[in-house]
Structures are given as C-alpha cells and as structure tokens.
Design a protein around this ligand. Structure first.
Ligand SMILES: [Zn+2]
Length: 98
C-alpha cells in the first residue's frame, strides 16, 4: 500500500473520483512515493479534491482517490497519521490523529 489514503470513512458508499498522479519532483521520500506528495506553494496554491495539506510539515498529501471528511491519511515525510476534516468554507483540512 503506497497511497497515503489508508482508511476511508465508514459508511462511504458514493463512488470516488480517481486521479492519475504524476511525478512532482518532491524528493524527501523514496522515489516510488514521490507522486503522492508535493510542496505547498503558499497563499496562491489550490488543493485538488484528492489533496490535503499536512498541518505538521506543510506538505501536500495526494491520493489516487478523492478525499472526504473522516478519511485517514498518512504523511510519510513527517510520519504523521492524520484525519481529514472539514475546515473553513468547506475546504478539506487534516488534523493529527492520536
Ligand atoms: Zn507531514
């Protein structure tokens, strides 16, 4: 399992859009994992429906599937386990899971 999306929210029946990930040049993880992460470009950056920002290391985590509130994702660069939550304006955010 290489995708950062480790566990989808329970009771999630609706099909999820799939995404093809391409190399991002992110070099802080082994090569086979690179397409799953990218650097956050700052205020002008926009997250796609399959992306969420790690609150710990500020790296963008990318899945091959659309992300939803309640999903559990893993951030390899900082080894954090995160839960996707709904933030301001309905935007997806991640919080550290304990
Ligand atoms: Zn992180």
């Amino acid at each position: 399992m290489t995708d950062p999306l480790q566990e989808t929210v329970a009771g999630d029946a609706a099909p999820r859009q799939r995404y093809t990930l391409t190399e991002t040049g992110f070099d802080e993880v082994p090569k086979k994992y690179r397409r799953f992460y990218r650097r956050w470009e700052g205020a002008g950056d926009r997250l796609a429906p399959n992306e969420v920002l790690c609150p710990v290391c500020r790296v963008v985590i990318r899945s091959t599937r659309e992300l939803r509130t309640g999903d559990r994702v893993y951030c390899m660069p900082c080894m954090s386990r995160l839960v996707v939550t709904e933030g301001e304006g309905g935007r997806l955010e991640a919080r550290v899971a304990y």
